[in-house]
Ligand binder design. Sequence first.
Ligand code: FE
Length: 344
Amino acid sequence: MKKSFRHLASTLIFGTLLSTSLVPAMAAEQVNIYSFRQPYLMQPILEAFTKETGIKTNVVADGTGILERLKREGLNSPADIVLTVDIGNLSELVKANVAQPVKTETLEQNIPAQYRDPNGIWYGLTVRARNIFVATDRVKPDEIKSYEDLADPKWKGRICTRSGKHPYNVALVASMIAHHGEKEAEQWLRGLKANLAQKPQGADRAQLKALKEGVCDVAIMNSYYYGRMLTEDNPEELAIAKAATMIFPNQEDRGAHVNLSGMALTKSAPNKENAIKLMEYLSKPAAQQLYAQQNSEYPVNPAVEPSGVVASWGDFKADSLPLAEVAKHREAAVRLLDKVDYDG
Ligand code: FE
């Protein structure tokens, strides 16, 4: 059965189709992408891919509805590839059984084992650290060195975070469980909650804003937001970023908790061969550099150096525990966050 990509246009949320014309299903050389990631971050890379291979790309970008859509469409889905922004999305794809394994030499060479699913169901594309930030005028950077330190009573009433249930924090708590076990992780989480300056609220950037406003002295935020705030030419955001110091946690032991943007091949993939070509393309240096640079992230391919503001931060040690292992503790992390009523 040929699948038409045409109907996708009707249900876009914030997305757009990047191809200039909607290619009928008869046209062989195309690949259909469902993306959690914002289209502008991918457009130049996809254009370069088309130029090199002659394969057209069709993108549906949707920050929230993609998983439901894939489940609904099942094996009739026109999607070939899913691009995601968090290990949570990647794990959900596995759980929902909408992705199929891929193993190629190129992918395995370009993407380190810790950043891909052992069965080839998903591959990471970029890495971000979940960092600690302090108010530069009130806290010395060496006063806090690890996620464990966040539970120290010294910080009582001084820490800001977003909701514990956000996938970024779920992954962080999952990594604490992976390293310390549930019991110790619970103690830590209770300690952190007791140190909060206010109920968890807002997104990542809002935590840094709260630092600037003096609501708290310590915050948690993904590294790329800091990079974007420093480079996006928004004076207000720049001032917020400049009032903070970024700390890569746990550099003296296991390394900072990192998360991934990534990709997976759908089970339905009507253009499987082209999709695998695109996956391989995205793992290669040219695409890696651009993809990472556009969101101030780290390329997953170790042969590619980070660029711009990210390079200026110098090297950091990332937790080497495979993300697939961390992801196994996501459900336990959500239970723990409920148990300690983190957001309450
Ligand atoms: Fe984000």
